[in-house]
Design a protein around this ligand. Sequence first.
Ligand code: NAP
Length: 283
Amino acid sequence: MKNIYMIGIGLIGGSFAIDIKKNNPDVVIHGISRKDETLNKALELNLIDKKATLDDIENADLVIVSIPVDATVKLLPTILDKISEDGLVIDAGSTKEAICKVVEHHPKRRNFLACHPIAGTENSGPTAAISGLYVGKTNIICEVEKTTFKLQEKALKLFMDIGMRIRYMDPVSHDKHIAYVSHLSHISSFMLGKTVIDKAKNERDIFDMAGSGFASTVRLAKSSPAMWTPIFKQNKENVIETLEEYINNLQQFKELMQKDNFSEIFNEMENTNHIKQILNGIK
Ligand code: NAP
C-alpha cells in the first residue's frame, strides 16, 4: 500500500493517519477536506503528507472516509466511481444501514468495506487526533462478504497492526444495538448538561459545586453537534425506541421517590451495579 487518501482528518481520520504512518513510514498520506484551513492544520500536525482533492482518488490504494454520516451517504457513490479496480474504500461512520444501502447496487461495491471503530473521545477536528486511539478497541465490520476477499485481507491486516479487534455484524443489528450503548448515552449526557445549565444560570456555581461524578457523566455533552445530528437522523427509529425505555425508567424512579419507596430504589441501584461486571476491562 503506497497511497492512502483520508477524506476527513478529524479525530477518527487523523488518529488512523497517525498510527498507519507509524506502522508504514513509506506510505504517503493524502488529506481531503472541505475547508483548506483544516488541511493546513492537518499538515502542520503531520497528520497528512499532502493535500489532495476527490479527483486524485483514482491513484489511491486505500481511501478512509471519516466525515459525518450524512456526508458519507452523499459522497460514497462518487468515491466508488473514482476508485481503481484494486483500490479499497473504508468508512468509519457510526451508523451502518444507510451507508451500506446507498452503495448496495454500486458496480464497485466489492471495493468497499463498511466499518465502525468503537473508539473515540468527546473532542473533534485535526487537533483531537491521537496516537493509540484504536489499541485494544473493537472495529465492527458489516456485510464483510460483499467485499473482495483480497481487499478484506488488506483491511484486516491494517486494523490488526494498529491493535484493533474485529467483530462482524449486519448493518441493521449494528444500528439497533449501537443506539443503546452509544447514541442513548450521548443524548443522556447532553440533556443532563442542559438540565444543569438551565437551572444553575451562574456558571461559577456549576464550576464550584460539580464533582468528578458530574464531570464524567456529562463528558459526552462536549461532543460535536455537527457529527451527532446526522447520526440521530439516520438512526431515528432505534434512538426513539431507546429513549422511550429510558424515559420510562426515569419516570418509574421518580414515582418510587414520590411514594417514599426507598427500599425499591435501593434494589434498582443494586441490580444495576451488575454493570461493573459487564464493563470490567473497558477503559
Ligand atoms: P470530526 O473530528 O468532527 O472530523 C470530521 C471531519 O469531516 C473534519 O475533517 C471535517 O472537515 C469533515 N467534514 C465535516 N462535515 C463535512 C461535510 N458535510 N462534508 C465533508 N466533510 C465534512 O469527526 P470524527 O469524530 O472524526 O467523526 C468522523 C466519522 O467517524 C463520523 O462519521 C462519525 O460518525 C464516526 N465516528 C466517530 C466517533 C467518535 O467518537 N467521534 C467514533 C467512531 C466513529 P472540515 O473542517 O474541512 O469541514
